[in-house]
Design a protein around this ligand. Structure first.
Ligand code: FES
Length: 82
């Protein structure tokens, strides 16, 4: 299924890019921009973003590395005490 019609990016393209990025760097944060870059393309109209993100979220390799989780709540605590 085509997810991004402007750049002809399919669901399989997105999953392949996520899987490759996770395999090459287990700690990387995977974003739509990185996927476009990995595929040698750039977003155009952006109307595909809801479906693009939904497709990304269905891939088990999208998980944020454990040590990078909860950074936002950690920074609040530092602010309160500091
Ligand atoms: S449909 Fe993806 S950028 Fe336009």
């Amino acid at each position: 299924m085509i997810v991004c019609h402007c750049q002809s990016i399919s669901e399989n393209d997105i999953n392949a890019a996520i899987d490759w990025m996770r395999a090459s760097d287990p700690e990387t944060l995977i974003t739509p921009g990185k996927i476009y870059h990995e595929l040698g393309k750039a977003a155009d109209c952006g109307s595909c973003m809801p479906l693009f993100l939904s497709t990304m979220r269905q891939n088990d390799n999208l998980q944020v590395p454990m040590h990078l989780r909860n950074l936002r709540s950690g920074s609040k605590e530092r602010t309160k005490t500091g």
